[in-house]
Design a protein around this ligand. Structure first.
Ligand code: SF4
Length: 402
């Protein structure tokens, strides 16, 4: 008995994105019981469709495929990013099409397959076909079967990426579908930002994977910055953040900042200067002024520095951060670690809990400052420091301008 003839169109979605799978669809219309005329008319050029119209056509095509006597037959092939990285995108694309073909062939076994038309000019050959497929450039605008296949492949893939977006909301997958948009790019600052669905063989992802992760280092003085800078720059792309807002007098502040800048120059580390903000310091420690060093006043002082540094890390999209405050044996390490933890919670930051002063760290910093003639201060910094030169009340009366 002579079988009814059917034609299949194939298209794919997702060659270019930096994340997610490539999806192909093979689709054929029932040769006799034609689907609704208006649906065919609306398929004229799938690339020109709005997202809303494309979604509606997708639903209608699915609907027609599940009728008791289906009007539309289709198969979908998905190849994940791991296989894309292994065999390259062109071969992965072919494999997605092959999978889609195998699926539709099962559904249309009662018909005689006359031809397979594919969008583009790849010229893949498939063992599953007796005759090679026909390739048509801009096929989705010229052949209804390809146009319909492109709608299913695209919407199917978009829906998949929207689901990934619920797992990884920061990359904007629900709107960019894994493409390299500005938002997506901004989120890829270091290797730890690359997730399981990124295509590591793609150049932009490869570049990020080869990078050292970025780290923001809060610096309180030049001598305490020496060991952290020397050690951290081996594994991280370090930016040093000078934020010592309450050092008095101002000329002492300047002296310390120049010592810090000298260490950064020697170590070839880029740096940023924070604000000199004595007024805010005095506001924060109101009523705590005469608590002893390392007590409540100092906790506020550490928190002011760490809070500001964490804010900057978030603004700069830097995940890792730490501080030189813990190089000095005069600081309360446990208190600082607790504050780091608190300040990391907002914005998914990760602090490096390294006690730089330990394992000979403090002595290394002393040796370094001697060797390079780096200024080392002899009091903590504010007017209430135990060994502050002179009378703190005198400074307080001067309005704390330094
Ligand atoms: S003594 Fe040092 S740590 Fe304490 S408040 Fe003053 S500058 Fe800050």
């Amino acid at each position: 008995m002579k079988r009814t003839k059917i034609k299949i169109g194939i298209d794919e979605a997702g060659r270019g994105p930096w994340a997610g799978p490539v999806v192909a669809c093979a689709l054929g219309f029932h040769p006799e019981n034609k689907p609704a005329k208006d649906l065919l008319e609306r398929l004229n050029d799938s690339k020109k469709l709005t997202e809303k119209k494309r979604e509606r056509l997708y639903s209608e095509l699915i609907e027609l495929s599940i009728w008791e006597a289906p009007q539309v037959f289709f198969g979908v092939g998905v190849v994940d990013n791991y296989m894309i990285d292994e065999i390259n995108i062109a071969q992965a694309n072919k494999e997605a099409m092959r999978r889609a073909l195998v699926e539709i062939q099962r559904k249309i076994s009662q018909f005689e397959l006359t031809s397979v038309v594919i969008d583009g000019r790849d010229n893949y050959e498939f063992e599953e076909l007796k005759q090679p497929p026909l390739y048509i450039v801009w096929g989705d605008a010229k052949v209804k079967e390809i146009g319909a296949a492109s709608i299913i492949a695209k919407v199917f893939r978009d829906k998949l990426m929207a689901q990934y977006a619920t797992l990884y909301p920061q990359y904007g997958f629900a709107t960019n579908a894994g493409y390299g948009t500005q938002k997506h790019k901004q989120k890829l600052q270091s290797p730890n930002h690359i997730i399981g669905i990124h295509r590591s063989s793609y150049k932009p992802i490869k570049e990020v994977l080869g990078k050292k992760p970025k780290l923001l280092l809060h610096v309180c003085c030049g001598p305490d910055a020496t060991v952290p800078l020397m050690d951290l720059k081996k594994d991280y792309d370090v930016t040093a953040f000078w934020y010592d807002p309450n050092i008095q007098p101002k000329k002492e502040y300047d002296k310390r900042m120049h010592a810090f800048a000298k260490v950064c120059d020697i170590e070839w580390v880029k740096w940023i200067e924070g604000e000199y903000d004595v007024k805010n310091f005095f506001k924060r420690i109101k009523w705590l002024e005469h608590t002893p060093e390392k007590w409540e006043k100092c906790t506020e002082c550490y928190d002011m520095r760490l809070d500001r540094t964490a804010k900057l890390a978030r603004e700069m999209w830097i995940t890792y951060w730490t501080s030189t405050l813990n190089t000095s044996p005069h600081k309360d390490l446990e208190k600082m670690f607790a504050l780091w933890e608190k300040n990391s919670l907002r914005g998914n930051l990760e602090f490096l809990k390294i006690a730089f002063r330990k394992n000979g760290g403090f002595q290394r910093s002393v040796d370094y400052t001697k060797e390079h003639n780096i200024y080392r201060q002899d009091y903590c910094g504010c007017v209430y420091s135990d060994t502050f030169p002179g009378n703190e009340r005198k400074w307080a009366k001067k309005g704390f301008s330094g």
